[in-house]
Design a protein around this ligand. Structure first.
Ligand code: FMN
Length: 199
């Protein structure tokens, strides 16, 4: 084994080790809206569900390379609302493109031609092309460590599920064809699927 103490480890080395170790990571393709009603879209893989009573999702948003706040984080703080859209293989390229640093007054949705549908319990639009869209209201903001990372925890107030992947009881993961993030520039799709009876 190669054993590495985290004392004195640089943030970029820690990032590489974490994003290579914690794989595959689900991708939240998040839509938000600024106070000026500009719709922002960007992907985040430091993401998971963290509670189910009520349902809650958490996403860690870092500062930009120049130390500023990302549009998604600013919009969540300003409006208290966001939508987590699940990224699939069909939307890989446009999702990836939406991670580019657009200026705050530019809507990735408009620039990239991403079709929107209105939110029902939040004023933030959902991404029409995503088979699962979860409307969230901000629950907690948790600053982490040295301030580079902040955890945004949202309560899901409404799920929207495409009939193509949901029969009213179960979500069909294979039909959904989600994509995940690995370390570096790599993505993955679902591979072989196993099951086990509950012990
Ligand atoms: C697949 C993928 C996952 C990403 N995950 C994160 C993440 O978890 N946290 C983060 O701060 N940035 C993440 N990024 C980078 C953001 O998408 C990027 O900084 C984006 O420009 C933020 O947009 P915004 O300023 O419009 O919010 C990820 C990028 C990609 C392509």
């Amino acid at each position: 084994m190669i054993s590495l103490s985290c004392e004195g480890m640089s943030a970029s080395d820690a990032y590489k080790l974490l994003t290579g170790s914690v794989v595959p990571r689900p991708i939240a393709w998040i839509s938000t809206q600024s106070d000026d009603k500009i719709v922002n879209v960007a992907p985040f893989s430091s993401f998971n569900y963290v509670a189910h009573s009520p349902p809650m999702l958490a996403v860690n948003i870092t500062l930009t390379d120049s130390g500023g706040i990302k549009d998604t984080a600013r919009n969540i703080r300003d409006t208290g609302e966001f939508v987590v859209n699940i990224a699939t293989r069909a939307t890989l390229d446009v999702m990836h493109e939406s991670s580019a640093e657009y200026s705050g007054d530019v809507s990735e949705a408009e620039e990239l031609g991403i079709a929107l549908v209105p939110g029902q319990q939040v004023s933030v639009p959902r991404l029409a092309v995503s088979p699962i869209q979860m409307e969230c209201k901000l629950s907690q903001i948790v600053p982490l460590g040295t301030g580079v990372n902040t955890l945004y925890i949202g309560e899901v107030v409404m799920f929207h599920l495409s009939r193509d992947i949901y029969n009213g009881r179960h979500i069909d993961s294979v039909a959904m064809d989600p994509i995940a993030r690995l370390g570096g520039p790599f993505y993955a799709a679902l591979g072989e699927i196993f099951s086990r009876k509950r012990p």
